[in-house]
Write a protein that binds this ligand. Sequence first.
Ligand SMILES: Nc1ncnc2c1ncn2[C@@H]1O[C@H](COP(=O)(O)OP(=O)(O)OP(=O)(O)O)[C@@H](O)[C@H]1O
Length: 313
Amino acid sequence: MAQSLEQALADFSPGLPFAVALSGGADSTALLLACARRWPGQVRAVHIHHGLQAAADDFEAHGRALCLQLGVPLAVRRVQAGHAPGQSPEDAARKARYQALAEAVHTEWPEVQDVALAQHADDQVETLLIALSRGAGLPGLASMPSQWQRQGLNWHRPWLAVPGAALREWLQSQGQSWVEDPTNTDEKFTRNRIRARVLPALAEALPAFRETFARSAAHAAQAQEVLNEVAAEDLLRIGVPPSIAALQSLSRARQALVLRHWLRLHHATTPSTAQLHELLDQVAACTTRGHRLHLKVGQGFVRRDGACLSHST
Ligand SMILES: Nc1ncnc2c1ncn2[C@@H]1O[C@H](COP(=O)(O)OP(=O)(O)OP(=O)(O)O)[C@@H](O)[C@H]1O
């Protein structure tokens, strides 16, 4: 069942006081308004101004006016995110935003340990469909968690089961305005094409798609947790750097799992599917002492180093 805003709020129990990440769009405006009413005096807001778009000043002005009206303390941070080669400007902006949100909370209100973000059920479906469109594995299909810990903070997404339209209807019923992001209608972005074209078609063909898709994402997330545990145990078994003989004693699927885990955890890199297949073929072919192995994997290279694999950039 899609949740109403009231149900979602009743299920949400952050540690108090807590902070709301306020972009100034409809979803986070609704979150701040609803939370400030439910927990008077216990809510803080953080707004990240990124000079990415001309509308950035409008978002900040809306955030300041809203916080003044609600008596909510507001911290504003400016972020100018450059993006690395191969990284999209949106990804770079998102990373920089989470970093700046955490930094602002830690310095402004050291007593705050909880932060709420306003992604909703439609955002979750879009995230799942984007993952599918990219051929993602389970970590991508798991989509967005409703709660997690990072940077010494507990992050929450209380609106994750609430349809976006319900938040806008509620804001309108309260006479509360918000800022419309002008890039939201730009169909050059996959997410916007999904929102404009796919979600209306899904609503017609599969009316319960928000709940059923969310259930699939939750199944994927649970399975991924188990896989993470298996990968961690297997990495202990094969060692760091990984022993080739120990790797060969595992099934090919587990070799793939543990090699991804090793590369991500120890070398902050992710192999493509083709690179991983090639690496697995080469590991299987390491049956003689003289067999060489040297492959491009993610941002670096994996080589054979005696009885082990090694990674270099
Ligand atoms: N500039 C920002 N400053 C603070 N928080 C932000 C900012 N941008 C996004 N967020 C937080 O991250 C969530 C997800 O961001 P995203 O860009 O997907 O949404 P959005 O369309 O800006 O959402 P919303 O309509 O509330 O603002 C937002 O709901 C908000 O809680």
